[in-house]
Design a protein around this ligand. Structure first.
Ligand SMILES: [Cu+2]
Length: 354
């Protein structure tokens, strides 16, 4: 028993040394988003964006998907360089102790069984060491959680409603148009360049570099809106609205799925998010508004409350596309509550947002 205790102590010392060597707590540099390269010049508005292999979709590997948002980069760093090594270390120690015990205390070597039933030192060690490990893990985990729940000011709000078994999207600040997003057959997905089982007929389109707030709800049972490469997963619950957010700088197509068992076709309601340059987003919004007979009343309504510096250009592009004379924003509503980071370009907040 004394030998076991010594082994335990040695093992916990090893873990402590390993943790110190890792030492990501406190000084952890936030890993930048791994891929910031922009694709070639923006394609014409009509052509759908093609996904990039291994980006924003499962690639059969063991690791988490490449991070496409700052939060995903931070989460990936916490998991892969911090929690994974601790898990591997714990497994090695536990299995080594198990093997040692099996060999050392086998019946053949111990004809007279030990009657030991209690060892204070060992009991203290196997209680304190796991507690310390959990405390060490808690520090970066809580920091990540806090960052996730302190989103920057949103530039665009979209609403995702889960149905059995498809998603419906609404753009409340762009005139409130909505559309359904339904899975494509494997043949149609291949034609469009989408991975099998992940392609949809209508993708969610959002502008690059803009913080997007996603409101999730459901019309029948509980679903969940999730994009692994964004580190976003939020339940969509009937009768209530949840909120999550993401900000992606790199234009491209990113896939997710419903993450809540919601019925027989749970696996067949994928999510495809197409991130496009702001000007192209404005053109897409204008086309959608035209299709739905929505006339943007003000410049602000055409591109919503995009707060990035690209917003004015986006508005202009939307006006050109719709042929709407940009009514000088007759702002009657008081300016939105002054947020410290509110840019002057966003002053004309859409009057009818809710
Ligand atoms: Cu679902």
């Amino acid at each position: 028993m004394r030998v076991t205790a010594k082994l335990f102590l040695a093992a916990s010392g090893l873990i402590a040394t390993a943790l110190r060597a890792q030492s990501p707590v406190g000084s952890a540099p936030v890993v930048p988003v791994t891929t910031t390269a922009m694709p070639p010049a923006a394609a014409p508005a009509a052509a759908p964006t093609l996904p990039t292999p291994h980006i924003g979709q499962p690639d059969g590997g063991w690791n988490l998907q490449a991070a496409m948002t700052p939060i995903a980069a931070e989460a990936r760093h916490v998991v892969m360089t911090f929690i994974d090594p601790i898990m591997v270390g714990v497994c090695i120690v536990v299995f080594a102790l198990l093997l040692y015990t099996l060999a050392r205390y086998r019946a053949g070597r111990n004809p007279v069984a030990s009657r030991t039933s209690h060892n204070t030192l060992v009991e203290v060690v196997w209680t304190v060491v796991p507690v310390l490990i959990l405390v060490v893990i808690a520090v970066p985990s809580f920091r990540l959680l806090a960052n996730q729940y302190q989103p920057p000011k949103a530039g665009l709000t979209i609403k995702a409603t889960g149905h059995q078994w498809y998603w419906e999207y609404e753009y409340p600040d762009q005139g409130g148009f909505s559309f359904d997003s339904i899975i494509l057959s494997d043949e149609d997905a291949a034609k469009k360049g989408d991975p099998a089982k992940l392609g949809v007929d209508n993708r969610v389109v959002v502008p690059a570099g803009v913080t997007v707030r996603v409101l999730t709800t459901a019309a029948d049972v509980i679903h969940a809106w999730a994009i692994p490469s964004f580190w976003v997963q939020m339940d969509a619950v009937p009768g209530r609205v949840n909120e999550t957010w993401f900000k992606v700088d790199r234009p491209g197509v990113y896939y997710g799925q419903c993450f809540q068992l919601c019925g027989t076709k749970h696996a067949f309601m994928p999510i495809a998010v197409e991130v496009v340059p702001p000007a192209r987003f404005a053109a897409w919004v204008a086309a959608k508004q035209k299709e739905n007979g929505i006339t943007p009343k003000t410049a602000a309504a055409s591109a919503g409350s995009l707060t990035s510096t690209a917003a004015p250009a986006a508005n202009a592009a939307a006006e050109v596309k719709t042929g709407v004379t940009p009514a000088v924003p007759t702002v009657t509503a008081p300016p939105a509550p002054a947020a410290p980071d509110a840019s002057p370009a966003t002053a004309p907040a859409p009057a009818a947002t809710k």
